[in-house]
Design a protein around this ligand. Structure first.
Ligand SMILES: *[C@@H]1O[C@H](CO)[C@@H](O)[C@H](O)[C@H]1NC(C)=O
Ligand SMILES: *[C@@H]1O[C@H](CO)[C@@H](O)[C@H](O)[C@H]1NC(C)=O
Ligand SMILES: *[C@@H]1O[C@H](CO)[C@@H](O)[C@H](O)[C@H]1NC(C)=O
Ligand SMILES: *[C@@H]1O[C@H](CO)[C@@H](O)[C@H](O)[C@H]1NC(C)=O
Ligand SMILES: *[C@@H]1O[C@H](CO)[C@@H](O)[C@H](O)[C@H]1NC(C)=O
Ligand SMILES: *[C@@H]1O[C@H](CO)[C@@H](O)[C@H](O)[C@H]1NC(C)=O
Length: 459
């Protein structure tokens, strides 16, 4: 009885451990980008009569995760009774209750303000360096210059010296959905130094606080948003995305969860209610994913082999700007050429660069258009064969993992991969039979009947 209980208990623990280890996206730690984070830097540059002026900067230090429109929403809770007098290069979403101010009305009186970027083309007198990109932050690998946003904030009713000010608390970063978890502000010593535009003078912040925010797909409460399909020149079968990868088509419980591409109401549904919603409106497919990545093994040369990658947008509500793709395959170490995409090795495992990040070429294919005839981007990859590892067997030519915009894509199960024509199980069995008969014949020829009886039986 006790033994059974113990057995059950250990089985439960083992399962819990296994499940805990299994989904890499369930934890904030990202093995492909172990230090990836968004850092908020709060630099007090000047004391005022009742508070201070600060420059708040948001650095997207994530290699391959970006924030696209409608952009970041940065919030916090004041530690005292602070108010925001003015802001440049950003604004608070709500003013809050400023009713007891008579002459100068603050920009925001909320105890938990939420701020956003200004839109491109904001008037010059409210702009600030790195502002006005509508909250869009590029990823660090794609475009470090556009991976930073900043605004200036004038704070009142705070302390007016480094001994009396208190850092804001409970920072939140929304995009605008959940996903990021922010730590507590850290006092940075020495504080940030600012270099004048002509490079001839350096000034220094009075106080600097840093807050690191990390992303987790689990916190984002998002199911898969993309899937992978496979094909090859050596097999007629196209392995489509697994059914229901991102959801199931169900007319009874979820009518209108997708639109047929040939529906006469397509335009009216796409432009109907929910037009500006961030929930994808996908074309009806068995996988129901907004994004499908297709990997086609196209050609086999003597020293090289060639793959065609196609990313298809099935979402009628989203142009994916500054999209990126991360793929893992052992042969990326010997990549020769990648056509029509930008790329960079991510080297998450130090010396082995089996992971490559791709993104679009500016003004050419950096915008993945909404579902429809234009809704795809393509590239071809040319790999140099490494004779010691190269094979078409066992699905080796297919990617190990694919991520689109930082989200892991659903792969077909390995046993569904296209197989080489000569490696079907039936053929293998016959080959094995012929081989063993041959071996037995040789053995029989060389040895006596005892050996034959022992190793080959009477069959
Ligand atoms: C955030 O990223 C920066 C740049 O990669 C790194 O120096 C820093 O240690 C990271 N912070 C955390 C808390 O991971
Ligand atoms: C405040 O500033 C003074 C003078 O610059 C410095 O000596 C002190 O360490 C600072 N205190 C804090 C808490 O940063
Ligand atoms: C849902 O409706 C479409 C067309 O109206 C049909 O093609 C599809 O098979 C239906 N799916 C289910 C699960 O009933
Ligand atoms: C996608 O981009 C095209 C061209 O820039 C634009 O006309 C269209 O309105 C955009 N669609 C969405 C859903 O943003
Ligand atoms: C991987 O590393 C090798 C050697 O450092 C380099 O030649 C190759 O271009 C790298 N791969 C990618 C995709 O950058
Ligand atoms: C592929 O890369 C590995 C590691 O850099 C190297 O040892 C091997 O020689 C390369 N193969 C070819 C065919 O260049």
């Amino acid at each position: 009885m006790a033994a059974t209980l113990l057995l059950r208990l250990s089985a439960a623990v083992a399962i819990a451990l296994f499940v805990g280890l299994l989904p890499p996206s369930a934890e904030a730690y990202d093995p492909l980008d172990p230090t990836g984070n968004i850092t908020i830097k709060w630099d007090i540059t000047q004391w005022t009569s009742d508070g201070y002026v600060a420059v708040v900067s948001i650095y997207n230090y994530q290699k391959y995760r970006h924030i696209q429109a409608p952009g970041w929403h940065l919030g916090w809770v004041w530690a005292k009774k602070e108010i925001i007098w003015t802001m440049l290069g950003g604004q608070a979403v709500e003013q809050g209750d400023c009713s007891h101010f008579k002459q100068n009305i603050p920009h925001c009186c909320k105890t938990d303000p939420v701020t956003v970027d200004l839109l491109p083309g904001a008037p010059l007198n409210v702009q600030f360096a790195n502002c006005c990109k509508g909250g869009v932050l590029n990823s660090w690998v794609q475009d470090p210059v556009n991976a930073v946003a900043s605004f200036q904030i004038t704070v009142g009713r705070s302390g007016t010296s480094n001994r009396t000010v208190k850092a804001p608390t409970k920072f939140t970063l929304k995009t605008p959905g959940p996903g990021y978890t922010c730590g507590v502000p850290q006092n940075v010593v020495p504080p940030t130094k600012f270099i004048s535009p002509d490079g001839r003078r350096t000034t220094q912040a009075h106080v600097t606080w840093n807050v690191a925010c990390t992303y987790s797909q689990f916190v984002a409460q998002r199911g898969p948003t993309c899937c992978v399909s496979l094909s090859s020149f050596y097999s007629d079968t196209i392995i489509d995305c697994p059914k229901c990868s991102c959801g199931c088509q169900n007319n009874i419980t979820k009518p209108g969860s997708c639109v047929e591409s040939n529906s006469p109401y397509l335009a009216s549904v796409v432009n109907g209610p929910g037009k500006d919603s961030l929930t994808p409106l996908v074309q009806c497919t068995p996988h129901m994913c907004p994004i499908r990545v297709h990997w086609h093994v196209k050609l086999n040369y003597r020293d090289y082999w060639r793959v065609k990658v196609t990313i298809t947008n099935w979402n009628y509500r989203m142009n994916y700007s500054q999209w990126n793709l991360v793929a893992q395959h052992p042969n990326f170490e010997n990549i020769s050429t990648i056509f029509s995409f930008n790329y960079k090795a991510l080297n998450p495992h130090g010396v082995i660069n089996d992971t490559t990040m791709f993104w679009g070429v500016k003004y050419y294919n950096d915008l993945l258009m909404v579902a429809g005839p234009e809704g795809n981007v393509q590239s071809e990859l040319l790999f140099q064969k490494d004779p010691s590892t190269f094979t078409f067997r066992k699905g080796w030519a297919f990617p190990r993992r694919i991520y689109f915009n930082g989200e892991s894509c659903v792969m077909p199960p390995p046993d569904a991969y296209p197989v080489l024509p000569d490696s079907s199980p039936r053929l293998k069995k016959t080959t094995f039979l012929i081989l063993s008969i041959a071996v037995c014949a040789v053995v029989a020829f060389l040895h006596n009947h005892f050996v034959l009886d022992k190793y080959c039986g009477k069959s």
